[in-house]
Ligand binder design. Structure first.
Ligand code: NAD
Length: 315
């Protein structure tokens, strides 16, 4: 376990992702300044972070390490690592990074939590781009350990290494994404699976509920402990090759979003929020799914946090 060197972290954008990212860093002992142009969003941060500590069954005292800032300049004062979690619109992010670049020294890491926008596109209005990189946390960032650290062709590797060290010391599980490609690694894999899932339902092979059961009760039940390539190595690559010879040519290759997805969105069938997506949902059913999801993630996060604190106590 690496020792924690307290840093001054600035989080830009205090919404769904920003407040969770702030919790990760204060829980690791860092001071966090958080900025959001919406004062109401900013004001909710301490309560939202306290809620996370409650779900983790942990002392909420680190909330005191968060300072709320209504001006970006003030939030950046003394910062050595900045993570941006503003809206997922490239023109907004470009302006934010131009301001961050102008307001911070050349050794300050400027990271974007974008889910899919290439880092190079976000950095176009900044002059010192070598410290701009991606730090893609997953939702909810306080419960999902992975962070994809994305290096663009303009990022200096030393800033990638610093980011990885900082995140690992804060109990996250950072990985180095060596090319700045859309969707990075995780979202490419996730959407490759969704593409085939939608195509199977559209072809009448099964309904959406069955599809989800095949994943969660089938190969998904082992995915948390066994990655797909590890699994291929375990069973032997010959078996994977045999399967691919039969299957690959038959997998969906629709050259864009699947027509079934387009049709549903155009019909307003956008999911749980409206009661109809791939499946029909009552409010109670939707609430039960959200509860199941949060309880599962919180239980796992509590275990990891307990193990981390025990390792740190041992030195
Ligand atoms: N929600 C997810 O599941 C998820 C997962 C991974 C990554 N992300 C990425 O994280 C980022 C934030 O997403 P979110 O879900 O937290 O969105 P959100 O809408 O909850 O929060 C965005 C916040 O940015 C603020 N904002 C608006 N203009 C701003 C500006 N100029 N400077 C600073 N802040 C500004 C808004 O007031 C809002 O509070 C996006 O880039 C998104 O793609 C989201």
């Amino acid at each position: 376990m690496q020792p924690i060197k307290p840093e001054k972290i600035t989080v830009v954008g205090a919404g769904l992702m920003g407040h969770g990212i702030a919790q990760v860093f204060v829980d690791a002992g860092h001071a966090v300044s958080i900025y959001d142009p919406d004062p109401a969003v900013l004001a909710r941060v301490p309560d939202r972070v306290r809620d996370i500590f409650r779900l983790l069954e942990a002392d909420p005292a680190p909330v005191a390490l968060i300072s709320l800032q209504e001006r970006l300049e003030d939030a950046l004062d003394g910062a050595n690592f900045v993570i941006e979690a503003g809206p997922e619109r490239v023109y907004v992010k470009r302006e934010i990074f131009a301001a961050l670049d102008a307001l911070t020294g050349p050794d300050v890491v400027l990271a974007s939590n974008t889910s899919a926008i290439p880092i190079r596109d976000i950095a176009t209005k900044a002059s010192n781009r070598s410290r701009i990189l991606g730090a893609h946390f997953w939702n909810p960032p306080h419960f999902v350990p992975l962070v994809e650290v994305i290096q663009s062709d303009q990022t200096d590797i030393k800033f990638v290494r610093r980011t990885i060290d900082l995140l690992a010391a804060a109990g996250m599980s950072p990985v180095h994404v060596k090319r700045d490609i859309p969707g990075f690694i995780g979202n490419r894999l996730q959407h490759a699976l969704k593409r085939e899932a939608i195509a199977l339902v559209a072809a009448g092979v099964c309904d959406a509920e069955t599809l989800d059961r095949v994943v969660t009760e089938g190969f998904g039940s082992r995915l948390g402990v066994l990655g797909p390539l590890e699994q291929s190595d375990m069973i032997g690559l010959g078996l994977t090759l045999d399967a691919h010879r039969v299957l690959i040519a038959d997998l969906d290759r629709t050259p864009g979003p699947h027509p079934l997805l387009e049709k549903k969105v155009n019909a307003g069938e956008t999911g749980m929020a409206v009661g109809q997506g791939f499946r029909q949902w009552t409010q109670e059913q939707s609430a039960a799914v959200r509860r199941r999801f949060q309880e599962h993630l919180a239980t796992e996060a509590r275990k990891r946090r307990g193990a981390r604190l025990a390792a740190r106590a041992k030195g």
